[in-house]
Write a protein that binds this ligand. Structure first.
Ligand code: NDP
Length: 282
């Protein structure tokens, strides 16, 4: 709902606006009789055979639940939020092409920051990674690609402490972590790659979460047994029987609309199988 042009969802050769894609999906499910309620779930009890979900005082019950509450990109909170879509972005893989010949910065030192910087080199005039430490935490291979790329500069041990611009980003303010020296730099693009916050607060006492708070499903937990789980099991099931997970709340790796939609389909098929329904071919 929050993104603009979606160019990487199969079936839309000229791209589609995020909210239009959502509205098409909604119409498609309604055609098959799905009832949709737009509510904020306030409490859940997922342990028993009958799962219970509350919206305030109102209670819903079901034999199976699919959790797909998503994840939000972590923000710096230095005023950059008001410039999202106006020079500030949380996904270079999605937005890099809008930054042709621009002066761009990427914040972070993980694989996402490396991937973002590399994606930007194909379009931007300059790409500078700003990282708060003196080394990256990204995988060796991604670091190597970045450090060997002549178009990418790195500002080590620095933080972004402010942004300037009204209708679009114009400037960022950086501060040396050790030196405390502040500097204003002209900036047309600022890409945040400082991790995501999965929306799992509601489930933290009831479902297994990993150390970053992502929902753990059998597909994630049982990597060694994946084949067996894939063929005979319910790969999207969480630590609670009959509760399944799909999309960014599970996936810290791919995070694309199409991968989330695909996992949604897997979770729905697993839920049908769990409920004893017939799926042709199984
Ligand atoms: P990570 O948690 O790995 O990295 C986040 C980075 O942001 C860290 O370098 C961290 O700094 C920095 N950071 C966090 N908060 C702040 C802040 N407030 N201010 C400044 N910097 C901050 O997240 P990623 O999204 O990069 O990756 C998530 C997972 O997805 C990883 O397992 C990664 O390997 C995987 N991934 C793999 C890819 C690939 O292989 N192509 C692509 C993208 C992701 P510090 O180092 O100091 O903690």
């Amino acid at each position: 709902m929050l993104t603009t042009e979606v160019e990487n969802f199969p079936g839309f050769s000229s791209g589609i606006m995020g909210p239009d894609l959502m509205s098409e999906m909604r119409k498609q499910t309604e055609k098959f009789g799905v009832e949709i309620k737009i509510e904020n779930v306030t409490k859940v009890d997922l342990k028993g055979k009958i799962k219970r979900v509350w919206v305030g005082e109102e209670e819903y019950s079901a034999k199976a639940v699919v959790v797909s509450t998503g994840a939000k990109p972590r923000m710096l909170k230095v005023g950059e939020e008001k410039l999202l879509g106006k020079g500030v972005s949380t996904c270079a893989v999605c937005d890099a092409a809008f930054f042709k010949e621009k002066t761009t910065f990427v914040v972070g030192g993980g694989d996402a920051a490396m991937e973002d910087a590399l994606a930007l080199t194909k379009f931007a005039k300059t790409v500078t990674i700003i990282h708060r430490k003196d080394k990256f935490r990204a995988s060796k291979i991604m670091q190597k690609k970045v450090l060997e790329n002549k178009k990418i500069k790195v500002l080590w041990e620095s933080e972004v402490v402010g942004v300037k611009g009204e209708s679009k980003l114009e400037m960022i303010k950086t501060r040396g972590v050790k030196t405390k020296k502040e500097e204003e730099l002209l900036a047309e693009g600022l890409f945040l790659a400082i991790g995501h916050l999965p929306a799992t607060d509601l489930f933290k006492d009831q479902l297994e979460l990993d150390k970053k708070g992502y929902l753990v499903t059998k597909m994630i937990r049982k990597t060694n047994d994946m084949r067996e789980e894939f063929v005979n099991g319910l790969p999207t099931e969480t630590s609670a029987k009959g509760v399944f997970g799909a999309g960014d709340v599970v996936d810290m790796r791919y995070r694309q609309a199409i991968t989330a939609a695909g996992m949604g389909c897997q979770a729905a098929l697993d839920a049908v199988k769990f409920l004893g329904g017939e799926i042709s071919g199984w």
